[in-house]
Structures are given as structure tokens and as C-alpha cells.
Design a protein around this ligand. Structure first.
Ligand SMILES: Nc1ncnc2c1ncn2[C@@H]1O[C@H](COP(=O)(O)OP(=O)(O)OP(=O)(O)O)[C@@H](O)[C@H]1O
Ligand SMILES: [Mg+2]
Length: 320
């Protein structure tokens, strides 16, 4: 197999929390717990999991915006956290991020020209204003906006158009990796579909690699080739999108998928609620213990490893 474009290796991230008492040791919150992942060039990798599970933390580390506590990330074979700052600065043109909020992520005081052209300043070669203007016009038409929109400000666009501006900005340095963190979540469904289709067209045209983060499973199913399910900072299941959606093995993935199918809250009758066996949870227990209807004594005593199960990876003693 070819060298992966991105290789995430044993990434842990601890956040120091504020101390409650003066002489107390600062408590630590472990947001990521040993993440290993490989993204192949030209493919889309989905990251799913509930709010707070560590998706954006992982995205920031892959973008080298934040350092892992331990472990590292290789981009095209180069260790992002072990290279001179000047080199990392130039490497940044190859990976760009598109954020969720099409209102908050664009600087309201800058016009489209200023917003979209900004990443060009990281390039080694210095461009003239005329050259920049030409690049911006070209990329705007590729994302379905008008080349004449350069003088307008973000508030003059709709949500979908703003997201196109964010995509144009991400693409202007011709990156090979785009990390999209909930990038269509704030859009209504029809606009979401247009933006996703645009992203898929651009992927084909430029052989882009996507790391696609979303809590919306239907979006992930539509756009990704592979997917990893994260629960409390750990991957609990991973596989091809097709297999994982057809045959989810981990009880947590099954819960996530059931939640999508069961959109009518009136259907969730009390009698259908799964019964959760009660075991005492310790640091050694499976992280999903206290929410799992399949939990046994084994799960209370040990945390399962992520192991292969018919082509998928799953961390569960009772996977089926
Ligand atoms: N700077 C920080 N200091 C302390 N804790 C943090 C910090 N940043 C994130 N966290 C915690 O780490 C956990 C993971 O946060 P993260 O933003 O990665 O979640 P997420 O999966 O992206 O959630 P969402 O779906 O809501 O965007 C959360 O519990 C959050 O409170
Ligand atoms: Mg997030």
C-alpha cells in the first residue's frame, strides 16, 4: 500500500483544568486517548461521535494548530511536531481547514478578496496584487461564485455562499488535505447537498483528501469512504463506510445509527429502552460500560482493545 498522506500515531491530548484549591495538583482532562489513523490520498475519512468526544481536538492536532501531549502526526511522511517552525509554515499550504460556522468563521471586516487571498501569504513565492486577484477570481468561479464578488463582504452572502467562500479560501493554496469540521452542519438540507456535491466534485478534480468531521451520520455516509467512531477520546469502531453503516458492530455505533432512524421521539417508548446492567466503573473498565446494555463483568474489569473483526476494527468484547 502507498504511504498514507496523513498518519496519526498514538495521539494523546490532556488538558490542564483550573485548580479548585491553591495547593491541589491541577486536574487533567484526557480529551484524546491513543488515536491511530491513516488517511490515504484522494479518499474521504469520516470522524463521528457525540459532542465533546474529541473530534475538533483531533482536527486541530492534524492541522498542527495544537500539539498532542504525546504521539505525533505525519503529513506525507513528515513529522509535523518535529520540524523547524519555518518548514512547518511552508508545509501548511498543503493542509487547510473548513469550519462549521459560515457566519463566525469569516472575518466580517474583510472583503472576499482579503479573506480568500490571505492563505497565499504563507507561500514562499511572493505574489503581486494582480496575481492574487487572478487566483482569487479563478477559485471563486470553481466554487460556483462570481469572480466579481471580490469586493463584497461576508454579510452580503447566504449561508451556503459563505461556505463556498470558506472552501475557496481553503483551496487557494492548492492543498492536498482538507479538514472539514462540521462544515455543512449549519446549512439547511438542500444547501448542504449542494455544498457536499461541490466538495465531491473538487475532490475528484484535485485528488483531494478529506478528513470529514460531523455528528450528522447521513452526511458522513454520503461523502466518506471510511469512518472512525470516537467515544470519549478513543476510536471504538472503524471500517469502510459501507460496512460500518450496514453492519455496525459496537453497541455505541449501533446506538448512534438507531438514533438516526428513530427521529420521532414519540416512538421511543419506555418499554423499548435497553436495560443497562450495573457494574462499578473504574479506570480499567470499558469506557462505554455505564451506557451499554451488553456490559458484562469482563467489561467492568478490562477495557477492550481495538481489534479486527471481519474487516472492521472494533473495541468491544461482545461485538456482533
Ligand atoms: N482548551 C481546552 N481546555 C480544557 N478542555 C478542553 C479544551 N478544549 C476542549 N476541551 C474538552 O475536550 C473535550 C473534547 O472537545 P472537542 O471540542 O474536541 O469535542 P468535539 O467532539 O469536537 O465536540 P462537538 O461535537 O461539540 O464539536 C470536551 O470535553 C472539551 O470540554
Ligand atoms: Mg467540535
Amino acid at each position: 500500500m502507498k504511504q498514507p498522506l496523513v498518519k496519526i500515531e498514538g495521539v494523546y491530548k490532556d488538558y490542564q483544568l483550573p485548580k479548585k484549591y491553591l495547593f491541589q495538583k491541577a486536574p487533567v482532562f484526557r480529551a484524546l486517548h491513543g488515536i491511530n489513523l491513516e488517511l490515504q490520498q484522494g479518499t474521504s475519512f469520516g470522524i463521528v461521535g457525540e459532542s465533546g468526544c474529541g473530534k475538533s481536538t483531533l482536527a486541530r492536532i492534524v492541522m498542527a494548530l495544537d500539539e498532542p501531549t504525546s504521539g505525533t502526526v505525519f503529513f506525507d511522511g513528515q513529522d509535523l511536531f518535529n520540524m523547524p517552525a519555518a518548514e512547518l509554515k511552508h508545509l501548511r499550504r498543503n493542509f487547510q481547514m473548513v469550519f462549521q460556522d459560515p457566519y463566525g468563521s469569516l472575518n466580517p471586516r474583510k472583503n472576499v478578496m482579503g479573506i480568500v487571498a490571505e492563505p497565499l501569504d504563507t507561500l514562499k513565492e511572493k505574489l503581486s496584487f494582480a496575481q492574487k486577484k487572478e487566483y482569487v477570481a479563478q477559485i471563486l468561479s470553481e466554487v460556483g461564485l462570481n469572480a466579481t464578488d471580490t469586493d463584497k463582504f461576508p454579510h452580503e452572502f447566504s449561508g451556503g455562499q459563505r461556505q463556498r467562500i470558506a472552501i475557496a479560501r481553503a483551496l487557494i493554496t492548492r492543498p492536498s488535505l482538507i479538514v472539514a469540521d462540521e462544515s455543512v452542519s449549519a446549512l439547511d438540507v438542500s444547501v448542504q447537498a449542494q455544498v457536499l456535491n461541490l466538495m465531491m466534485d473538487l475532490q475528484e478534480k484535485y485528488n483531494l483528501t478529506y478528513m470529514f468531521i460531523s455528528h450528522d451520520l447521513s452526511v458522513v455516509e454520503y461523502i466518506t469512504d471510511q469512518v472512525a467512531v470516537i467515544y470519549m477520546g478513543q476510536i471504538v469502531e472503524q471500517g469502510t463506510t459501507k460496512a460500518l453503516f450496514q453492519r455496525p458492530l459496537h453497541p455505541y455505533t449501533q446506538t448512534l445509527l438507531r438514533a438516526v432512524l428513530d427521529v420521532n421521539p414519540l416512538n421511543k417508548k419506555q418499554k423499548n429502552m435497553p436495560v443497562i446492567p450495573e457494574f462499578e466503573k473504574t479506570d480499567e473498565s470499558c469506557p462505554f460500560l455505564d451506557r451499554c446494555n451488553k456490559a458484562t463483568k469482563t467489561c467492568a474489569d478490562n477495557a477492550p482493545e481495538l481489534l479486527e473483526n471481519e474487516g472492521q476494527l472494533v473495541a468491544c468484547f461482545n461485538a456482533e
